[in-house]
Design a protein around this ligand. Structure first.
Ligand code: SER
Length: 323
């Protein structure tokens, strides 16, 4: 029997693009997309789709058994900014869902897990530049705490029960297909939408706030690559540092202005500034590059061109090809 994949949280920013990619790679019949609701019709109406509540063990297990799933990508999570508004909900969702899939693997009902961690595992006591893989992790957000603790549990289940769980610490992810929700790095997506729609953006971070970022295509490539790697090449079973580029809001604005000269940004930092200040500015991801040959492709200018082109088509503001 061929491998069967379940994506939990398939309607979200990363889950949706991962679903398209995995359907392409392995065929529509081998990929089950699931989410708590059908909010993303492009996903729920275009292939196998199930309503799954990631917090409900029976709901997850029933879906796994119904479709003979052996590999789970757990993409459901509450992100950093929303997590600060609903700390208990963030803890429950992020931790319960992880335990459910880890326990399914421990009981040999599934074989392989992808679980995303984040730069949010780091905190104010972490070195901010070129942050190493092994360093102080004292996160100050609930989201960061769930990711840091989740990493420990992943490694524990690998060591103790031989669970094949693989993870990367995503930086901020920039994409045009599905909007992110509730993250601190979301400005780097919103800014492109507003540039195309209104040529104005009110940024919730200060102009010089540098954060690690990555284009969606690179993030999906990393996710697929780590899952396809030979088990012996995955030497870190907590979570790998992963990096592409780093930039500030001011730098994105400048790259957009090259294409839309009258684009204006005002900076009105809110509570998310404190979160951003606690995270690294750049990441050392040499273990990922060494162990499973990770390599990024997209630089800021590439991202800007692609975002403006795709969003221009979406909002009907351009009719030309990218320059
Ligand atoms: N993008 C996430 C957030 O901003 C970080 O992993 O919450």
């Amino acid at each position: 029997m061929s491998s069967k994949i379940l994506i939990i949280g398939a309607c979200g920013q990363i889950g949706s693009e991962l679903t398209y990619k995995l359907r392409n790679l392995f065929g529509d019949d081998n990929v089950v997309a699931s989410d708590i609701n059908t909010s993303n019709l492009d996903i729920s109406n275009t292939g196998i789709f199930e309503i799954v509540d990631a917090q409900d063990f029976t709901s997850v297990k029933n879906c796994v058994e119904k479709h003979h799933v052996d590999t789970v990508y757990l993409m459901a999570a509450m992100l950093s900014a929303t997590g600060e508004k609903f700390p208990e909900k963030a803890w429950n969702l992020n931790m319960n869902s992880l335990f459910h899939v880890l326990n399914l693997a421990k009981d040999k009902i599934i074989k392989k897990i992808f679980w995303p961690s984040s730069i949010a595992v780091f905190g104010p006591t972490t070195p901010t530049k070129y942050t190493p893989q092994y360093t102080t992790t004292e996160p100050t957000t609930v989201y960061g705490i769930t990711k840091q603790v989740g990493e420990r549990w992943c490694e524990y289940y690998f060591n103790k029960y031989h669970v094949d769980v693989r993870s990367i610490r995503y930086p901020g992810i920039i994409s045009w297909k599905t909007l992110p929700g509730g993250g601190t790095t979301d400005y780097a997506v919103e800014i492109y939408h507003e540039a195309v729609k209104t040529k104005q953006y009110e940024c919730f971070l200060k102009a010089d706030t540098e954060l690690p970022m990555m284009f969606m295509d690179d993030a999906i490539k990393a996710t697929v690559d780590i899952m396809m790697a030979k088990p012996e090449d995955i030497k870190i079973r907590s979570s790998y540092n992963l990096a592409a580029i780093s930039f500030t809001p001011q730098q994105v604005a400048a790259s957009i202005k090259k294409h839309i000269p009258d684009f204006e940004v005002v900076y009105t930092p809110d509570f998310r500034q404190d979160i951003a200040n606690s995270w690294p500015k750049s990441i050392n991801d040499s273990y990922a590059r060494q162990d499973w040959k990770w390599k990024h492709t997209f630089l800021l200018e590439d991202i800007t061109q692609e975002m403006l082109f795709q969003l221009g088509k979406k909002y009907n503001t351009i009719s030309k090809t990218p320059q």
